[in-house]
Design a protein around this ligand. Structure first.
Ligand code: NAP
Ligand code: MG
Length: 401
Protein backbone atom coordinates (compact mmCIF):
# COMPACT_ATOMS: atom_id res chain seq x y z
CA UNK A 1 0.00 0.00 0.00
CA UNK A 2 1.42 3.41 -0.92
CA UNK A 3 1.72 6.04 1.77
CA UNK A 4 -0.41 9.20 1.84
CA UNK A 5 1.61 12.12 0.53
CA UNK A 6 1.69 15.56 2.19
CA UNK A 7 2.55 18.87 0.52
CA UNK A 8 3.00 21.28 3.46
CA UNK A 9 4.77 20.28 6.67
CA UNK A 10 3.06 20.31 10.04
CA UNK A 11 4.87 22.18 12.78
CA UNK A 12 5.77 19.41 15.22
CA UNK A 13 6.40 20.55 18.80
CA UNK A 14 7.84 17.69 20.82
CA UNK A 15 7.52 17.78 24.60
CA UNK A 16 8.35 16.13 27.90
CA UNK A 17 8.16 13.07 30.11
CA UNK A 18 5.50 10.39 29.53
CA UNK A 19 3.84 12.25 26.68
CA UNK A 20 7.22 12.44 24.89
CA UNK A 21 7.44 8.64 25.12
CA UNK A 22 3.90 8.27 23.76
CA UNK A 23 4.68 10.82 21.02
CA UNK A 24 7.37 8.56 19.53
CA UNK A 25 5.29 5.38 19.72
CA UNK A 26 2.32 7.17 18.08
CA UNK A 27 4.53 8.32 15.22
CA UNK A 28 6.18 4.92 14.77
CA UNK A 29 3.03 2.81 14.98
CA UNK A 30 0.15 4.98 13.82
CA UNK A 31 1.53 7.63 11.48
CA UNK A 32 4.79 6.75 9.73
CA UNK A 33 3.57 3.38 8.34
CA UNK A 34 0.64 5.13 6.64
CA UNK A 35 1.72 8.68 5.83
CA UNK A 36 4.78 10.12 4.17
CA UNK A 37 4.85 12.41 7.19
CA UNK A 38 6.22 15.89 6.57
CA UNK A 39 6.94 17.90 9.69
CA UNK A 40 9.16 20.77 10.70
CA UNK A 41 10.42 19.51 14.04
CA UNK A 42 10.90 21.70 17.11
CA UNK A 43 12.08 20.08 20.32
CA UNK A 44 10.20 21.84 23.14
CA UNK A 45 11.47 19.32 25.68
CA UNK A 46 12.65 21.25 28.73
CA UNK A 47 16.33 20.37 28.21
CA UNK A 48 16.34 21.81 24.72
CA UNK A 49 14.32 24.87 25.78
CA UNK A 50 16.98 25.47 28.40
CA UNK A 51 19.84 25.00 25.92
CA UNK A 52 18.29 27.47 23.49
CA UNK A 53 17.30 30.00 26.17
CA UNK A 54 13.71 29.13 25.23
CA UNK A 55 14.23 30.52 21.70
CA UNK A 56 12.96 27.22 20.30
CA UNK A 57 9.50 27.93 21.70
CA UNK A 58 9.35 31.30 19.96
CA UNK A 59 10.67 29.76 16.72
CA UNK A 60 8.03 27.03 16.82
CA UNK A 61 5.28 29.65 17.21
CA UNK A 62 6.74 31.68 14.33
CA UNK A 63 6.80 28.52 12.20
CA UNK A 64 3.10 28.02 13.03
CA UNK A 65 2.45 31.47 11.53
CA UNK A 66 4.34 30.39 8.44
CA UNK A 67 2.68 27.00 7.88
CA UNK A 68 -0.67 27.50 9.67
CA UNK A 69 -0.96 24.21 11.56
CA UNK A 70 0.96 22.84 14.55
CA UNK A 71 0.72 19.77 16.74
CA UNK A 72 2.12 20.03 20.25
CA UNK A 73 3.12 17.45 22.84
CA UNK A 74 2.56 18.32 26.52
CA UNK A 75 5.46 20.23 28.05
CA UNK A 76 6.73 20.95 31.55
CA UNK A 77 6.04 24.42 32.89
CA UNK A 78 9.06 24.91 35.16
CA UNK A 79 8.62 25.56 38.88
CA UNK A 80 11.16 25.55 41.73
CA UNK A 81 11.40 21.73 41.77
CA UNK A 82 12.06 21.59 38.02
CA UNK A 83 14.83 24.20 38.37
CA UNK A 84 16.89 21.68 40.34
CA UNK A 85 15.67 18.58 38.51
CA UNK A 86 16.76 19.96 35.11
CA UNK A 87 19.48 22.33 36.33
CA UNK A 88 17.78 25.23 34.53
CA UNK A 89 19.42 28.56 33.74
CA UNK A 90 16.12 30.32 34.33
CA UNK A 91 12.55 29.50 35.31
CA UNK A 92 11.37 29.54 31.68
CA UNK A 93 7.80 30.62 31.10
CA UNK A 94 4.99 28.24 30.21
CA UNK A 95 5.44 27.31 26.51
CA UNK A 96 1.69 27.47 26.04
CA UNK A 97 1.66 31.01 27.40
CA UNK A 98 4.51 32.02 25.07
CA UNK A 99 2.86 30.42 22.03
CA UNK A 100 -0.53 31.96 22.87
CA UNK A 101 1.03 35.41 23.24
CA UNK A 102 2.53 35.10 19.73
CA UNK A 103 -0.45 33.52 17.96
CA UNK A 104 -3.22 35.21 19.99
CA UNK A 105 -6.57 33.46 19.97
CA UNK A 106 -8.93 31.24 21.84
CA UNK A 107 -8.51 27.78 23.32
CA UNK A 108 -11.24 25.26 22.45
CA UNK A 109 -11.53 22.15 24.60
CA UNK A 110 -13.74 19.22 23.72
CA UNK A 111 -14.22 15.79 25.27
CA UNK A 112 -13.85 12.64 23.15
CA UNK A 113 -17.10 10.77 23.61
CA UNK A 114 -16.99 6.97 23.75
CA UNK A 115 -19.73 4.42 24.51
CA UNK A 116 -19.00 2.86 27.85
CA UNK A 117 -17.44 6.02 29.29
CA UNK A 118 -20.71 7.67 30.13
CA UNK A 119 -21.09 11.34 31.01
CA UNK A 120 -22.42 12.00 34.49
CA UNK A 121 -25.16 14.09 32.90
CA UNK A 122 -27.53 11.58 31.34
CA UNK A 123 -28.84 13.83 28.57
CA UNK A 124 -25.39 14.60 27.12
CA UNK A 125 -25.06 12.59 23.91
CA UNK A 126 -22.55 14.74 22.01
CA UNK A 127 -19.44 16.61 23.16
CA UNK A 128 -19.71 20.13 24.54
CA UNK A 129 -16.82 22.34 23.45
CA UNK A 130 -15.72 25.14 25.76
CA UNK A 131 -14.20 28.23 24.13
CA UNK A 132 -12.40 30.21 26.79
CA UNK A 133 -11.38 33.82 26.33
CA UNK A 134 -7.81 33.88 27.57
CA UNK A 135 -7.21 37.57 28.33
CA UNK A 136 -8.06 39.94 31.16
CA UNK A 137 -10.92 40.22 33.67
CA UNK A 138 -10.08 38.82 37.10
CA UNK A 139 -6.80 37.30 35.75
CA UNK A 140 -5.33 40.77 35.22
CA UNK A 141 -6.97 42.52 38.14
CA UNK A 142 -5.78 45.04 40.69
CA UNK A 143 -7.03 44.55 44.21
CA UNK A 144 -6.92 46.49 47.43
CA UNK A 145 -7.89 45.83 51.00
CA UNK A 146 -9.67 48.84 52.38
CA UNK A 147 -8.57 49.27 56.00
CA UNK A 148 -11.20 51.71 57.20
CA UNK A 149 -13.90 54.17 56.20
CA UNK A 150 -13.19 56.12 52.98
CA UNK A 151 -14.12 56.58 49.37
CA UNK A 152 -13.02 54.43 46.37
CA UNK A 153 -13.29 55.81 42.84
CA UNK A 154 -12.40 54.68 39.31
CA UNK A 155 -10.34 57.36 37.55
CA UNK A 156 -9.71 57.35 33.80
CA UNK A 157 -7.22 59.96 32.52
CA UNK A 158 -7.15 60.41 28.75
CA UNK A 159 -4.15 61.47 26.64
CA UNK A 160 -4.93 65.15 27.21
CA UNK A 161 -4.98 64.63 30.93
CA UNK A 162 -8.75 64.99 31.25
CA UNK A 163 -10.19 62.87 34.04
CA UNK A 164 -13.41 60.91 34.22
CA UNK A 165 -14.44 59.53 37.60
CA UNK A 166 -16.94 57.02 38.89
CA UNK A 167 -17.64 56.24 42.51
CA UNK A 168 -17.10 52.57 43.36
CA UNK A 169 -18.19 52.73 46.99
CA UNK A 170 -18.19 54.92 50.06
CA UNK A 171 -16.89 52.66 52.80
CA UNK A 172 -18.12 53.09 56.39
CA UNK A 173 -15.57 50.53 57.57
CA UNK A 174 -13.01 47.99 56.27
CA UNK A 175 -13.61 46.01 53.06
CA UNK A 176 -12.12 44.97 49.73
CA UNK A 177 -12.09 46.39 46.21
CA UNK A 178 -11.06 45.09 42.80
CA UNK A 179 -10.37 46.69 39.41
CA UNK A 180 -10.71 44.65 36.19
CA UNK A 181 -10.31 45.44 32.54
CA UNK A 182 -10.57 44.05 29.06
CA UNK A 183 -9.84 45.50 25.63
CA UNK A 184 -12.03 45.64 22.52
CA UNK A 185 -9.24 44.18 20.36
CA UNK A 186 -8.99 41.06 22.47
CA UNK A 187 -12.76 40.58 22.71
CA UNK A 188 -12.98 40.99 18.93
CA UNK A 189 -10.36 38.29 18.27
CA UNK A 190 -12.16 36.05 20.74
CA UNK A 191 -15.40 36.56 18.80
CA UNK A 192 -13.78 35.92 15.41
CA UNK A 193 -12.11 32.74 16.66
CA UNK A 194 -15.44 31.46 18.04
CA UNK A 195 -17.41 32.19 14.88
CA UNK A 196 -14.71 30.65 12.68
CA UNK A 197 -14.48 27.54 14.83
CA UNK A 198 -18.29 27.13 14.81
CA UNK A 199 -18.26 27.25 11.00
CA UNK A 200 -15.28 24.92 10.84
CA UNK A 201 -16.90 22.29 13.02
CA UNK A 202 -20.51 23.00 11.96
CA UNK A 203 -21.77 23.42 15.50
CA UNK A 204 -24.03 26.03 17.09
CA UNK A 205 -22.29 28.70 19.12
CA UNK A 206 -23.62 29.76 22.52
CA UNK A 207 -22.30 32.81 24.32
CA UNK A 208 -23.34 34.03 27.72
CA UNK A 209 -22.40 36.80 30.13
CA UNK A 210 -24.07 38.62 33.02
CA UNK A 211 -24.99 41.68 30.98
CA UNK A 212 -28.18 42.40 32.96
CA UNK A 213 -26.04 43.22 35.99
CA UNK A 214 -22.83 44.33 34.26
CA UNK A 215 -24.46 46.81 31.93
CA UNK A 216 -21.24 48.28 30.54
CA UNK A 217 -18.54 45.63 30.96
CA UNK A 218 -20.33 42.41 30.06
CA UNK A 219 -22.60 44.32 27.74
CA UNK A 220 -19.55 45.30 25.69
CA UNK A 221 -18.78 41.60 25.16
CA UNK A 222 -22.37 40.96 24.08
CA UNK A 223 -22.38 43.92 21.67
CA UNK A 224 -19.03 43.07 20.09
CA UNK A 225 -20.12 39.49 19.44
CA UNK A 226 -23.44 40.62 17.95
CA UNK A 227 -21.89 43.34 15.75
CA UNK A 228 -19.25 40.99 14.36
CA UNK A 229 -21.79 38.24 13.83
CA UNK A 230 -24.26 40.46 11.98
CA UNK A 231 -21.57 42.00 9.82
CA UNK A 232 -19.38 39.05 8.94
CA UNK A 233 -20.84 35.66 9.82
CA UNK A 234 -24.63 35.73 9.68
CA UNK A 235 -24.90 34.52 6.08
CA UNK A 236 -22.24 31.84 6.46
CA UNK A 237 -24.00 30.53 9.60
CA UNK A 238 -27.32 30.38 7.73
CA UNK A 239 -25.70 28.54 4.86
CA UNK A 240 -24.06 26.06 7.24
CA UNK A 241 -27.38 25.56 9.06
CA UNK A 242 -25.96 26.57 12.42
CA UNK A 243 -27.02 29.16 14.96
CA UNK A 244 -25.44 31.86 17.11
CA UNK A 245 -27.29 32.09 20.39
CA UNK A 246 -26.74 34.64 23.17
CA UNK A 247 -28.23 34.26 26.61
CA UNK A 248 -27.59 35.11 30.26
CA UNK A 249 -24.91 32.99 31.94
CA UNK A 250 -27.39 31.55 34.51
CA UNK A 251 -29.75 30.57 31.72
CA UNK A 252 -26.86 29.03 29.76
CA UNK A 253 -25.80 26.88 32.73
CA UNK A 254 -29.34 25.61 33.19
CA UNK A 255 -29.74 24.86 29.47
CA UNK A 256 -26.34 23.12 29.23
CA UNK A 257 -27.37 20.67 31.95
CA UNK A 258 -30.54 19.78 30.04
CA UNK A 259 -28.99 19.77 26.57
CA UNK A 260 -27.85 16.89 24.37
CA UNK A 261 -24.50 18.60 23.78
CA UNK A 262 -23.05 19.09 20.33
CA UNK A 263 -22.38 22.84 20.52
CA UNK A 264 -19.65 25.32 21.38
CA UNK A 265 -20.03 27.27 24.61
CA UNK A 266 -18.06 30.52 24.47
CA UNK A 267 -17.14 31.72 27.95
CA UNK A 268 -15.51 34.79 29.42
CA UNK A 269 -12.16 34.05 31.03
CA UNK A 270 -13.36 33.10 34.53
CA UNK A 271 -16.47 31.24 33.35
CA UNK A 272 -14.30 29.26 30.93
CA UNK A 273 -11.79 28.36 33.63
CA UNK A 274 -14.47 27.01 35.94
CA UNK A 275 -16.80 25.49 33.37
CA UNK A 276 -14.10 23.62 31.43
CA UNK A 277 -13.16 21.70 34.57
CA UNK A 278 -16.82 20.91 35.16
CA UNK A 279 -17.36 19.76 31.57
CA UNK A 280 -14.20 17.64 31.40
CA UNK A 281 -14.79 15.85 34.68
CA UNK A 282 -18.50 15.32 33.94
CA UNK A 283 -17.56 13.75 30.59
CA UNK A 284 -15.26 11.28 32.32
CA UNK A 285 -11.52 11.90 32.01
CA UNK A 286 -8.84 14.51 31.42
CA UNK A 287 -7.08 11.96 29.24
CA UNK A 288 -10.01 12.13 26.81
CA UNK A 289 -10.02 15.90 26.33
CA UNK A 290 -8.69 17.61 23.21
CA UNK A 291 -7.51 21.17 23.00
CA UNK A 292 -6.89 23.48 20.06
CA UNK A 293 -5.71 27.07 19.96
CA UNK A 294 -7.38 28.94 17.10
CA UNK A 295 -5.91 32.31 16.25
CA UNK A 296 -7.99 35.05 14.62
CA UNK A 297 -5.54 34.98 11.69
CA UNK A 298 -6.47 31.34 11.08
CA UNK A 299 -3.53 29.48 12.65
CA UNK A 300 -4.25 26.22 14.49
CA UNK A 301 -2.27 24.53 17.25
CA UNK A 302 -3.54 21.13 18.40
CA UNK A 303 -2.64 19.40 21.68
CA UNK A 304 -3.95 17.20 24.47
CA UNK A 305 -5.58 19.00 27.39
CA UNK A 306 -3.58 17.05 29.98
CA UNK A 307 0.03 17.51 31.09
CA UNK A 308 3.15 15.37 30.79
CA UNK A 309 1.81 12.71 33.22
CA UNK A 310 4.89 13.01 35.42
CA UNK A 311 3.89 10.30 37.90
CA UNK A 312 3.70 7.68 35.14
CA UNK A 313 7.03 8.85 33.68
CA UNK A 314 8.84 8.28 36.97
CA UNK A 315 7.43 4.74 37.04
CA UNK A 316 8.59 4.29 33.44
CA UNK A 317 12.10 5.47 34.40
CA UNK A 318 12.19 2.86 37.17
CA UNK A 319 11.39 0.21 34.56
CA UNK A 320 7.86 -0.30 35.86
CA UNK A 321 4.94 -0.81 33.50
CA UNK A 322 2.70 2.18 32.76
CA UNK A 323 -0.82 2.38 31.43
CA UNK A 324 -0.98 5.93 30.10
CA UNK A 325 -3.83 6.93 27.83
CA UNK A 326 -2.60 8.25 24.49
CA UNK A 327 -6.00 9.11 22.99
CA UNK A 328 -5.88 12.89 23.52
CA UNK A 329 -2.37 13.02 22.06
CA UNK A 330 -3.43 10.91 19.05
CA UNK A 331 -6.38 13.27 18.55
CA UNK A 332 -3.98 16.22 18.58
CA UNK A 333 -2.25 14.59 15.59
CA UNK A 334 -5.51 13.71 13.83
CA UNK A 335 -6.82 17.26 14.35
CA UNK A 336 -3.68 18.71 12.81
CA UNK A 337 -3.56 16.18 9.93
CA UNK A 338 -7.24 16.72 9.12
CA UNK A 339 -6.75 20.50 9.05
CA UNK A 340 -3.64 20.10 6.86
CA UNK A 341 -5.67 17.89 4.53
CA UNK A 342 -8.42 20.52 4.31
CA UNK A 343 -6.03 23.41 3.69
CA UNK A 344 -3.95 21.54 1.11
CA UNK A 345 -6.90 19.76 -0.47
CA UNK A 346 -5.65 16.25 0.32
CA UNK A 347 -8.87 14.37 1.16
CA UNK A 348 -6.96 11.11 1.84
CA UNK A 349 -5.15 12.83 4.69
CA UNK A 350 -8.38 14.03 6.27
CA UNK A 351 -10.05 10.65 5.88
CA UNK A 352 -7.01 8.96 7.40
CA UNK A 353 -7.44 11.26 10.43
CA UNK A 354 -11.12 10.29 10.67
CA UNK A 355 -10.24 6.62 10.42
CA UNK A 356 -7.56 6.80 13.10
CA UNK A 357 -10.01 8.52 15.46
CA UNK A 358 -12.57 5.81 14.74
CA UNK A 359 -9.93 3.19 15.50
CA UNK A 360 -9.22 4.76 18.92
CA UNK A 361 -12.91 4.85 19.78
CA UNK A 362 -13.60 1.32 18.52
CA UNK A 363 -10.65 -0.11 20.44
CA UNK A 364 -12.06 1.32 23.68
CA UNK A 365 -15.63 0.32 22.84
CA UNK A 366 -14.35 -3.21 22.16
CA UNK A 367 -13.21 -3.25 25.79
CA UNK A 368 -9.47 -2.68 25.31
CA UNK A 369 -8.28 0.38 27.18
CA UNK A 370 -5.82 1.97 29.58
CA UNK A 371 -6.24 1.86 33.34
CA UNK A 372 -7.71 5.36 33.75
CA UNK A 373 -10.67 4.34 31.57
CA UNK A 374 -10.97 0.81 32.96
CA UNK A 375 -11.62 2.39 36.36
CA UNK A 376 -14.65 4.36 35.13
CA UNK A 377 -16.09 2.32 32.25
CA UNK A 378 -19.49 0.67 32.27
CA UNK A 379 -18.09 -2.02 29.92
CA UNK A 380 -17.82 -5.31 31.82
CA UNK A 381 -14.39 -6.83 32.49
CA UNK A 382 -12.35 -4.57 30.20
CA UNK A 383 -8.83 -5.58 29.12
CA UNK A 384 -6.33 -3.21 30.73
CA UNK A 385 -3.38 -2.56 28.42
CA UNK A 386 -0.03 -0.92 29.03
CA UNK A 387 0.92 2.31 27.26
CA UNK A 388 2.55 0.64 24.24
CA UNK A 389 0.13 -2.27 23.86
CA UNK A 390 -2.84 0.11 23.79
CA UNK A 391 -1.32 1.91 20.81
CA UNK A 392 -0.50 -1.41 19.11
CA UNK A 393 -4.12 -2.47 19.65
CA UNK A 394 -5.30 0.79 18.03
CA UNK A 395 -3.05 0.00 15.06
CA UNK A 396 -4.63 -3.44 14.71
CA UNK A 397 -8.10 -1.86 14.77
CA UNK A 398 -6.98 0.77 12.25
CA UNK A 399 -5.73 -1.91 9.88
CA UNK A 400 -9.00 -3.81 10.21
CA UNK A 401 -11.23 -0.83 9.30
P1 NAP B 1 -1.04 15.77 34.27
O1 NAP B 1 0.17 15.47 33.51
O2 NAP B 1 -2.24 16.18 33.49
O3 NAP B 1 -1.41 14.50 35.15
C1 NAP B 1 -2.18 14.55 36.32
C2 NAP B 1 -2.77 13.18 36.61
O4 NAP B 1 -3.90 12.96 35.76
C3 NAP B 1 -1.82 12.01 36.32
O5 NAP B 1 -0.97 11.78 37.38
C4 NAP B 1 -2.80 10.91 36.03
O6 NAP B 1 -3.40 10.41 37.21
C5 NAP B 1 -3.89 11.62 35.27
N1 NAP B 1 -3.64 11.68 33.83
C6 NAP B 1 -3.42 12.81 33.06
N2 NAP B 1 -3.25 12.47 31.80
C7 NAP B 1 -3.35 11.13 31.73
C8 NAP B 1 -3.26 10.18 30.67
N3 NAP B 1 -3.00 10.58 29.42
N4 NAP B 1 -3.41 8.88 30.96
C9 NAP B 1 -3.65 8.47 32.20
N5 NAP B 1 -3.77 9.31 33.25
C10 NAP B 1 -3.62 10.62 33.02
O7 NAP B 1 -0.77 16.93 35.31
P2 NAP B 1 0.45 17.14 36.34
O8 NAP B 1 0.98 15.83 36.77
O9 NAP B 1 -0.09 18.08 37.32
O10 NAP B 1 1.55 17.89 35.52
C11 NAP B 1 2.72 17.28 34.99
C12 NAP B 1 3.45 18.29 34.15
O11 NAP B 1 2.65 18.66 33.04
C13 NAP B 1 3.78 19.58 34.88
O12 NAP B 1 5.18 19.85 34.76
C14 NAP B 1 2.97 20.66 34.18
O13 NAP B 1 3.69 21.84 34.07
C15 NAP B 1 2.72 20.06 32.84
N6 NAP B 1 1.46 20.48 32.18
C16 NAP B 1 1.54 20.74 30.84
C17 NAP B 1 0.41 21.06 30.13
C18 NAP B 1 0.55 21.34 28.67
O14 NAP B 1 1.62 21.23 28.10
N7 NAP B 1 -0.52 21.69 28.01
C19 NAP B 1 -0.83 21.08 30.77
C20 NAP B 1 -0.89 20.77 32.13
C21 NAP B 1 0.26 20.44 32.81
P3 NAP B 1 -2.82 9.14 38.05
O15 NAP B 1 -1.44 9.53 38.47
O16 NAP B 1 -3.78 9.04 39.16
O17 NAP B 1 -2.81 7.95 37.13
MG1 MG C 1 -8.92 25.93 36.11
Amino acid sequence: MSKIQMTTPLVEMDGDEMTRILWQIIKDELLLPFIDLKTEYYDLGLEHRNETDDKVTVESAEATKKYGVAVKCATITPNAARMTEYNLKEMWKSPNGTIRAILDGTVFRAPIVVKGIDPNVKTWKKPITIARHAYGDVYKNTEMRIPAAGKVELVYTNAEGVEERALVHTFNGPGVVQGQHNIDDSIESFAHSCFKFALDTKQDLWFATKDTISKKYDHRFKDIFQEIFDKEYKDAFEKAGIEYFYTLIDDAVARVMKSEGGFIWACKNYDGDVMSDMISSAFGSLAMMTSVLVSPAGYYEYEAAHGTVQRHYYKHLKGEETSTNSVATIFAWTGALRKRGELDNIPELSSFADKLEKACIKTIEDGKMTKDLALITSIESPTVLNSRDFIIEIRKTLESL
